[in-house]
Design a protein around this ligand. Structure first.
Ligand code: ATP
Length: 204
């Protein structure tokens, strides 16, 4: 099974994330994409981090009925600092034989040798770097060639960038402004129902 692993804080999940996951699923002919909200201790995230339970619920709402994208609570259950290598090892046990595809921004790729156990990660996953339109791809391709020389596989994909960020969504929610078109409707309703990202919001 060709399996995408798409991690993020998803605080909250927005239409850009949904579009990206679906674009990768189609472009890489993935059989499934596991959407994985990262556990982050609230004291490290600076205030407006919704509890893991809320972030998980919103991801589930965003992908409800999606035949390919599924939400996994693997990192939230594990707690602590979310190292990709730990998640990937768990995936290899849970889905033996699955080829894991790991999409990331090209800025993240250029940092890859600093990741915990990166050589092992290179053996376990196919990296997919997304290049933004107009971006100078030369340094990224050179870095990727170095990783390939170390035995890794790096693919390149053009991914759409939907003009929204979780930061923007939180700022609008804090002012009680509508979130139409920025997050799925069910997610907007969830944010309103639970008063998330309002100045007095509690954590889950
Ligand atoms: P924040 O604004 O809180 O920093 P974010 O919107 O960047 O959050 P993350 O949860 O950090 O969201 O992102 C998870 C992944 O989604 C990252 O790989 C990021 O590159 C990608 N991503 C974020 N926003 C978009 C977008 N608008 N379009 C496409 N991909 C996106």
């Amino acid at each position: 099974m060709r399996t995408g692993v798409f991690g993020g804080t998803f605080n909250p999940i927005h239409c850009g994330h949904v579009l990206l996951a679906r674009t990768y699923a189609a472009a890489l002919h993935l059989d499934r994409v596991l959407v994985i909200p990262t556990y982050l201790p609230p004291h490290k995230a600076g205030g407006q981090l919704a509890g893991g339970c809320h972030r998980l619920n919103m991801c589930r709402l965003a992908f409800e009925g999606d035949p390919v994208c599924r939400v996994s609570d693997i990192e939230l259950r594990r707690g602590g600092k979310s190292y990709t290598i730990d998640t990937v090892r768990q995936m290899n046990v849970r889905y033996p034989g699955a080829q894991l595809y790991f999409p990331m921004g090209s800025d993240m790729l250029l940092w890859f040798r600093n990741w915990a156990a990166y050589r092992e990660l290179l053996r376990r996953v196919v990296l997919v770097a997304h290049l933004r339109t107009g971006e100078d791809a030369a340094p990224v391709r050179e870095y990727a060639a170095g990783l390939a020389a170390e035995g890794g596989t790096v693919l390149f994909a053009k991914a759409p960038v939907f003009p929204v960020s979780s930061t923007e969504v939180r700022a609008l929610a804090a002012k009680g402004r509508p979130l139409d078109g920025l997050v799925p409707e069910s997610v907007a309703a969830y944010i309103a129902r639970h008063h998330l990202y309002t100045p007095a919001a509690g954590e889950a």
